[in-house]
Design a protein. Structure first.
Lengths: 110, 114
């Protein structure tokens, strides 16, 4: 069965610092992987997705993620965090029945 | 292009009642999925509809049901409400019929059960 693990419930970084959010997945075949962001009171917005091809994926708002099959990981990165990046981030795997991780809440310190 | 619209945005019910939530997908999208989001359980998949047919269903009791109309609008219903049904219910639409469709989410319907 497909599943997603986000090991970090809460991360705090200083504005301007780099960010890496971890995601590990379990999937029986080639995974379709996604990162979504949710601001308070809002729905989820897609940051980026991986289906096949280049394992380094670029997304919106300066985010990127790298698919590593050997580690079953799809970590999200950003070189310099902005205060507006404070939100909840969800990794997801699948298609018709997309499965989400528990989420990582990002706090940005001034 | 209008996004995914969910109504109502907020509602309060009491235990034992039933509730119907509505979702209008992005124009042209034929797939609609429903998710329940709670602080304890996170985002859990309820079901997905494509062209009025339920293609996939999550692990929820039969009190949770849904349907999709010919115009792709979808409704979900929860009968005999329990306190644990309090949650944000998110609807998402997708434009593809294949396995690679990204989901476009609405802002959700927040249900409180008293």
């Amino acid at each position: 069965a497909q599943s997603v693990t986000q090991p970090d419930i809460h991360i705090t970084v200083s504005e301007g610092a780099s960010l890496e959010l971890r995601c590990n997945y379990s999937y029986g075949a080639t995974p379709y992987l996604f990162w979504y962001v949710q601001s308070p009171g809002q729905g989820l917005q897609l940051l980026l997705k991986y289906f096949s091809g280049d394992t380094l994926v670029q997304g919106i708002k300066g985010f990127e993620a790298e698919f590593k099959r050997s580690q079953s990981s799809f970590n999200l990165r950003k070189p310099s965090v902005h205060w507006s990046d404070a939100a909840e981030y969800f990794c997801a795997v699948g298609a018709y029945d997309m499965r989400f991780g528990a989420g990582t809440r990002l706090t940005v310190k001034p | 292009k209008a996004g995914v619209t969910q109504t109502p945005r907020y509602l309060i019910k009491t235990r034992g009642q039933q509730v119907t939530l509505s979702c209008s997908p992005i124009s042209g999208h034929r797939s609609v999925s429903w998710y329940q989001q709670t602080p304890g359980q996170g985002l859990q998949f309820l079901f997905e509809y494509f062209s009025e047919t339920q293609r996939n269903k999550g692990n929820f009791p039969g009190r949770f049901s849904g349907r999709q109309f010919s115009n792709s609008r979808s409704e979900m219903n929860v009968s005999t409400l329990e306190l644990g049904d309090s949650a944000l219910y998110l609807c998402a639409s997708s434009g593809t019929s294949g396995n690679t469709g990204e989901l476009f989410f609405g802002e959700g319907s927040r249900l409180t059960v008293l």
